[in-house]
Each structure stands twice: as structure tokens, then as C-alpha cells.
Design a protein around this ligand. Structure first.
Ligand code: GAL
Length: 722
């Protein structure tokens, strides 16, 4: 599968380096502005422009009539300036003529409201007319630009994620369900297969409850608005269906583009994990490079860097370790409670480095130039409304320079000894109403566990429960609520084979159809964990529960954030848990569960299975997971206070130490090599100022590198000068 270096037809001088630039919409501007764009892109060392994302109504102003002249000019102009083009298919925003010609292809909400054009993402991807029109415009673009020298990557659509509850969706859903439940032909006739598959669906969805038994396939509908709680199995399958249906729509376009331009890679930009409607693990196999949009949710430095690390590790996981592309980020602001908040000066560079440190081969932005009109006219851009004489544009120039200096890291990869499992179906199922608590979100728990390892300096991958886990020393299972037999068997084999398995509450409770596994929670993992849970005791928002830590607990007896030795604090969730073979490492210290186990450890085969029945507060979770990582023999890649260190390696024995500081003080980082940012040799240590970054091409012999590596995990006071 092609990656970013060396594919496409562009022969620009930056080829093979890190990609820098963003969404560029020349159709919104006049010729004088284009000339300024050329000059400013050169100044900022922009080498990549994403073009045409929302251009359908200009490219095809009437059905079947195409106008490519302006796009030809834009691509030629960009190519002349040495800027590679990521060319989008514009199918996320059909033109107004499309609505009037095909009203049945407009999306319908669960309550039956049909939507109109006037915004974007207004289509039903299961409607045949939409699919036809999307294939046609993709084919026209493929034919016209396959050989354009600027073309480096196809960008299909934008952030696939529009669901619809209309009759087209209903028909497609039924046909998908027939395939899933054993009648792949799904021909609508009352065949044996059809009866058996309907019986399987009734069983999977538990339709004996509330008189929902289906006696013929045409009764099966999308989960439309109902009187009260819907059917959890139906809702979950509808989410899975849409992920697959949108994937089918993507694949049609991808295949058209590949047919026209076999050497040009194809991708689509995923929304960040919290907003994603599709399953990143199945989609990740179908894109030539994973591309992700990430809009930081906070301006606070530490939480922001933790979020960048989480999303980066997740993106890398979707591409099974290969370099990936940050397709969109906002240059200077985040939106907090509807209010634009500026990130501190310098963050554009430090944050961008955060992605590169974890495997990104490019950092692109939405967007190049701030629009003067339209729904997102106040969205920040590399060239703000105030023009280039601005802090933001100067920071963009600085970032462009830095990315050029570290260009040689492109193509190298990041590996980790620990993995956090993330599962789209568990996330969707936990969003159902009618569960014990609406406050348990799979991604919140995954993020908390990932952040705890991040704070400990433990490098971390993120992978699907079905991934091959054998190479990891530590596997964290954070509220992976649904587990299939196969996934449970994989975890069992992992622990039995000598792995350290850390499981949190709300994992393995239900099967893949969202049916509870009986005999005590967590049905799929009881024997591995050596525990049995009788009752779930979720906590109210803001409530917490104290835990008393046993001496043998990971992290040891240590002062809690509240200063009491040997105490931990849990929130969100608790459980009435019985140890059935497991050692109790911490017990509930108050309330209805006082004296009962809260954190346990169980020897299982050659490995160990740990269980955390509550969401420990950040410091406590960090101490516990750091202890478990130590038990797994993991050497932190870097745990200096306020500085995160990762290492990228290529296949030729070269490595780069990447450090990003969110510390308020200067921190001394042990390293040996050449700091590519400053161009200075580093012979033992480099000082990182507050918010500073470093990318060091390591040159020390392997033994010395190992020493430096282990020193990074050592408290500074204990490091001998070299
Ligand atoms: C993204 C989208 C862009 C732009 C951006 C604004 O999700 O792909 O087109 O709308 O959000 O933050």
C-alpha cells in the first residue's frame, strides 16, 4: 500500500519530507488574493494544499455539466509554486440542484423530519441517486487530474459520518442485517435462510422483550423515534450498519480513483475519536494512509498535550503503526463552551510537534486563509482576516521552518510496549439510554488510562480488541463493555502466555449483540480476573469513594492527593466484587461497599490479570498503572516532569528523540546527537525552556543510548552528569 513518501506525481522539492499546509479554497478569492497566496505560501514554506473539499456546485453547476477551468488553474499555479495537492472529491456537500432533482436522497432524522440543502452533509449515503452522483463526480475528477503533476493524494469526501433513517436507509439496513444474520442473498423471499436469519436477529436483539418479535423482514426498520427506550441491539446494529454503508460509499469512490490513477494514494479524513461515526479499525484497512482531523478541546497545555498524544496514538493504531497525516487542526484557538479561546503563543509549533513525535508525517490545518463569508467565517486560519502581519501567520512561518529542519523523520515509525484497547461498538453501546449510568463513556475511560501511562512516560499504542496483542508487555482494557467470544479468548491467551492484562470496570459485561453475559459480571473475563461481581454501584456525578490500599499494591503505599497515606479515590463507578482467586490490592473504605475488594490482581497462567472496579482519580490511576507497567518490565521512554519524550526509528537503525515540554520551568533532557531544530550538537543533555521542543537525531552508540534512555526514566536528582 502506498504511503506519503514518493507517491503521486508531484516533483516538488519537498517531496518525501513532512507535509505542511492546509485546506485551500481559491474559489472563494480573486486573482490578487491568489497572487498573495502564492507569495505567503512560499514564505511559510507551505508544501501541501488540500483543494476542492466543498466545490461540487462549482465543478458541476448543473447535473452532468462540468466546469474544471478554475481548478485546472489552481492546480497549475500550486504546482508552479512547489506545492503538492491533496485533491478532494466534493461529495460531502451536494449542490442545490441535487436536492430538487432527487428529494428522496435528502436525509431524514429519526423523527421523520427531512432536511434541506443550505448547510453541508445533506444527503443519504444509502440513496441510489446520491451514490450515482458521487461516483460520477469522482470519476470526472479522476479522469481529468490522474496525471496532473501536482497531485499527491486523493481525499475522498470529508469526515464521513452522516446517518439517515429514511426508507432507502431502511432497505439497506435490512439487506445488511440479512447478511449479518445468515441470509447473504437477502432476496426478500421467504426462503429457509430468510426464516433462520430472522430468527437469529430476533434472538440477537432480544425481541421477546416488549413484544418486539419480527415475523417478516419488512417489519424491520431503522431505530426511528419511539415512545420510550429503543432496542439496544437494534441501535447498536444500526451504528455498525452505517459504518459499513459509508465504507461502501467510500470504496466506490476509492476504486474509481485508483482505476484512473493507480499510483496515487487515496484517503479520507476521519473525525477525531469522540465524534467518529465510523469504525476506525475496519476503515483503517481501506485507506492508503490514515488521515485524521483533530480539534483540541482545551487550551490548557497539559490536558491538550495528553489529548494530542491520545489522538495521535489512535491514528497510528488505525494505520497499524504506519505514519499518518494530521489532515486538519485549528491554527490558534479552541472552542470552549461555544467561546473561541486562544492558545498561548508558541503552541502551534509545540502542538504540531506533538503529532509528529507520535508518527504524523504531516501537519495540515483548516484552513489556509480565513473566509470572508459563509458559516465558518470566524474559523481561525493560517492567514487570518487581519492578514500576514499577525502573530498567527508569524507562528505559521516558524512552524514551516521547523518542519523543514526535521523533514528527515518522515517515514520513520513509533513503537510501544503497552497498548490501550479501543472499541467502536463498546463506545456506541455505552451511549444507549437505560444503562446503569449515563456517565460511563468508553473513550473517557480509555483516555484516562492512556493519560496515566502518558504521565508515566510509558509509550502506548491504541488498538482494536481483535488486534494481535502478542508483542505487548501490557494490555489495558478500559470499559470495553462488549466482548465477543473471540476477543475474550484473545485476552485469555494473552494473559495465559505471560502478559500483564489490566482491565477496568464495565468491561466484558455484554456480548457483541449487547446481551448480558450471566453468572456474575464480567462474564467474559471472570476466570481470567479471578473475581465475580454481584452488583453494579455507579456513583453520582461529582461523588467519590475512598479506597484503602494494601502494601502490595502497584505504586506501593503512597500519599494520596489528599495527603492520607495508603488511600486512593474512585469516582464514576463502583462494584460489589468478590475475589475468587484474586489478591485484593485495595478495598473500598466507606459506604455500602466498605471492606469489599476494589482493585485486584490474579495470577493467570504465566501472566497476571489486574482489575480496577472504579475510575481512580488521575494521580492514583497514574500510580497504579505505572506500577503495573513496572511489573510488566516496561522502561519509561521519558518521564521528566512536564516533558514527554518519544522516539521515531527508521528501518536503517536511525532514531530521533522527540521532546515536547509543557512544563513552566526549564527542564534538562539527557540526549546525545544533533538537535535538528537548533542545528546544535547535544553531547549529554539539552535544556528545554517552557513550551520548548527538540528533535534530536541520535548519534551515540547503542549502549550509551540505552543509558540515556534509562536516565530519562530516573528522577533528575539521581542522574549523574555524563
Ligand atoms: C472540520 C471540517 C472542516 C471544517 C472544520 C471546522 O470538521 O472537516 O471542513 O468545518 O471542521 O473546525
Amino acid at each position: 500500500m502506498p504511503g506519503l513518501s514518493g507517491e503521486g506525481h508531484t516533483d516538488d522539492p519537498h517531496r518525501g519530507g513532512l507535509w505542511f499546509g492546509g485546506d485551500y479554497n481559491p474559489e472563494q478569492w480573486d486573482a490578487a488574493t491568489w497572487a498573495e497566496d502564492d507569495e505567503l505560501m512560499r514564505r511559510a514554506r507551505v508544501n501541501t494544499a488540500t483543494v476542492g473539499v466543498f466545490s461540487w456546485s462549482l465543478l458541476e453547476p448543473q447535473e452532468g455539466t462540468f466546469e474544471f477551468g478554475w481548478l485546472d488553474d489552481a492546480l497549475d499555479r500550486l504546482h508552479a509554486g512547489g506545492v503538492r495537492v491533496v485533491l478532494a472529491t466534493p461529495t460531502a456537500s451536494p449542490p442545490p440542484w441535487f436536492t430538487l432533482a432527487y428529494p428522496d436522497a435528502m436525509p431524514v432524522r429519526p423523527d421523520g423530519t427531512r432536511l434541506w440543502h443550505g448547510s453541508r452533509d445533506t444527503y443519504c449515503a444509502a440513496a441510489p441517486a446520491y451514490r450515482r452522483a458521487a461516483r460520477r463526480i469522482a470519476g470526472e475528477l479522476g479522469r481529468r487530474y490522474a496525471d496532473h503533476p501536482a497531485l499527491a493524494l486523493w481525499h475522498v469526501h470529508n469526515e464521513y459520518g452522516t446517518m439517515c433513517w429514511c426508507d432507502h436507509a431502511a432497505a439497506a439496513f435490512r439487506s445488511w442485517l440479512r447478511g449479518r444474520y445468515g441470509d447473504p442473498a437477502g432476496n426478500g423471499r421467504a426462503s429457509q435462510d430468510s426464516k433462520a436469519s430472522l430468527a437469529a436477529l430476533n434472538e440477537a436483539w432480544g425481541t421477546a422483550f416488549w413484544s418486539q418479535r419480527y415475523s417478516s423482514w419488512d417489519q424491520v426498520l431503522p431505530p426511528r423515534a419511539t415512545q420510550y427506550l429503543g432496542n439496544p441491539g437494534q441501535e447498536l446494529d444500526f451504528r455498525r450498519f452505517w459504518s459499513d454503508e459509508l465504507l461502501a460509499a467510500y470504496l466506490e469512490q476509492r476504486d474509481v480513483l485508483h482505476a484512473h490513477a493507480p499510483r496515487v494514494p487515496v484517503t479520507t479524513n476521519f473525525m477525531g475519536p469522540d465524534h467518529l461515526v465510523v469504525d476506525p479499525w475496519s476503515w483503517g484497512r481501506e485507506v492508503d494512509i490514515v488521515a485524521v482531523d483533530h480539534y483540541l478541546p482545551t487550551a490548557e497545555p497539559e490536558a491538550g498535550h495528553a489529548d494530542i498524544a491520545f489522538v495521535s496514538d489512535w491514528a497510528r493504531g488505525a494505520g497499524r503503526g504506519r505514519p499518518w497525516l494530521l489532515m486538519e487542526q485549528a491554527p490558534s484557538t479552541v472552542v470552549d463552551a461555544g467561546v473561541l479561546v486562544h492558545r498561548a503563543p508558541g503552541r502551534m509549533l509545540a502542538d504540531s510537534l506533538g503529532y509528529v513525535a507520535r508518527g504524523a508525517d504531516g501537519v495540515l490545518f483548516f484552513q489556509w486563509r480565513a473566509s470572508r463569508a459563509g458559516a465558518e467565517m470566524y474559523h481561525p486560519a493560517l492567514v487570518p482576516h487581519a492578514g500576514p502581519d499577525t502573530r498567527v501567520f508569524r507562528e505559521a512561518v516558524g512552524l514551516g521552518e521547523a518542519l523543514e529542519r526535521i523533514a528527515e523523520v518522515a517515514g520513520s515509525t513509533v513503537t510501544a510496549d503497552a497498548v490501550v484497547l479501543v472499541d467502536a461498538a463498546s463506545r456506541w453501546a455505552l451511549e444507549n439510554r437505560g444503562l446503569p449510568s449515563p456517565h460511563v463513556r468508553h473513550l473517557d475511560v480509555a483516555r484516562a488510562a492512556h493519560a496515566a501511562l502518558w504521565r508515566s512516560g510509558v509509550g502506548c499504542d491504541i488498538a482494536a480488541p481483535s488486534a494481535d496483542l502478542s508483542r505487548y508487555r501490557l494490555v489495558v482494557v478500559p470499559a470495553v463493555y462488549l466482548l465477543s467470544e473471540e476477543a475474550a479468548a484473545s485476552l485469555r491467551a494473552y494473559a495465559a502466555g505471560g502478559g500483564q492484562l489490566a482491565v477496568t470496570f464495565c468491561s466484558g459485561i455484554a456480548d457483541q449483540w449487547h446481551r448480558i453475559r450471566g453468572g456474575g459480571y464480567p462474564g467474559a473475563l471472570r476466570d481470567i480476573l479471578g473475581i465475580r461481581i454481584e452488583e453494579l454501584h455507579p456513583l453520582q456525578p461529582g461523588a467519590s469513594v475512598p479506597l484503602t490500599l494494601a502494601e502490595a499494591a502497584p505504586g506501593g503505599a503512597r500519599p494520596s492527593p489528599r495527603g492520607e497515606a495508603g488511600q486512593l479515590t474512585g469516582r464514576v463507578w463502583a462494584e460489589r466484587l468478590r475475589a475468587e482467586g484474586a489478591d485484593v490490592l485495595a478495598a473500598y473504605a466507606a459506604g455500602a461497599l466498605a471492606g469489599l475488594p476494589a482493585v485486584t490482581r490474579h495470577a493467570f497462567g504465566a501472566g497476571t490479570a489486574w482489575y480496577l472496579s472504579t475510575l481512580l482519580v488521575a494521580d492514583d490511576l497514574t500510580a497504579v498503572l505505572r506500577g503495573i507497567a513496572a511489573a510488566a518490565g516496561i522502561l519509561p521512554a521519558g518521564a521528566l516532569p512536564g516533558v514527554r519524550v518519544t522516539r521515531r526509528r527508521d528501518g536503517r537503525g536511525r532514531s530521533w528523540l522527540c521532546a515536547v515540554s509543557h512544563s513552566a520551568a526549564t527542564v534538562t533532557l539527557p540526549a546525545v546527537g544533533l538537535d535538528l531544530i537548533t542545528g546544535r550538537e547535544v553531547s549529554g543533555a539539552v535544556d528545554l525552556p517552557p513550551g520548548g521542543i527538540a528533535v534530536i537525531r541520535e548519534s551515540a552508540p547503542k549502549k550509551l543510548r540505552m543509558t540515556v534512555l534509562s536516565m530519562i526514566g530516573t528522577p533528575l536528582s539521581q542522574i549523574e552528569p555524563m
